[in-house]
Ligand binder design. Structure first.
Ligand SMILES: Cc1cc2nc3c(=O)[nH]c(=O)nc-3n(C[C@H](O)[C@H](O)[C@H](O)COP(=O)(O)O)c2cc1C
Length: 149
């Protein structure tokens, strides 16, 4: 089972969530490979059973510029079998809370085997721990289900 976590974070909130998810994957005996978007070798995308996208939201509900290339890769490659999840942090003061998560969700739902979406208000709090656990479980369950087919 190979899982990649690919993310971008400007002020560290999304990175905190990603670190938590990484630990939770490890608790389930999965050593996820974690990449800042700039470091991810895009040609390796199909080598993974599961890919988690982590993104903050910018502008008016927009996907950050550095995440746009991978969005397009998902749109143009055959990644139908890939299990995916999208997680993001945002700020409810903005009208489009976690707009980038919504945009990735809608595209990944069509292009991939989307298992789960998660939105977190700024930095993760104690109560987000269980939500992150659930996130990891849903990804792993979907991968298992796919392996039986
Ligand atoms: C210029 C600017 C625009 C933003 N626009 C949005 C937005 O439209 N929706 C939202 O939910 N959050 C918005 N945010 C909040 C960030 O997404 C939020 O602070 C996030 O946790 C930052 O993640 P990071 O610490 O990983 O960089 C905006 C922040 C800034 C500075």
């Amino acid at each position: 089972m190979r899982a990649a976590i690919i993310y971008s974070s400007k002020t560290g909130n999304t990175e905190e969530v990603i670190q938590l998810l990484w630990r939770l994957f490890l608790e389930k005996q999965v050593q996820a490979e974690c990449f800042r978007i700039e470091e991810f070798p895009i040609e390796d995308l199909n080598d993974y059973n599961a890919v988690v996208i982590g993104t903050y939201t910018w502008g008016n509900g927009e996907i950050p510029r550095e995440m746009q290339a991978i969005y397009q890769v998902f749109e143009t490659r055959n990644v139908k079998e890939l299990v995916t999840g999208v997680v993001g942090t945002g700020d409810t003061c903005y009208p489009q809370f976690c707009g980038a998560v919504n945009k990735f969700r809608d595209m990944l739902f069509v292009q991939t085997n989307l298992a789960v979406t998660l939105k977190i208000e700024l930095a993760p709090q104690i109560e987000d721990y269980a939500r992150c656990q659930k996130f990891v479980e849903l990804i792993l369950n979907r991968v298992k289900k796919q392996q039986y087919h």
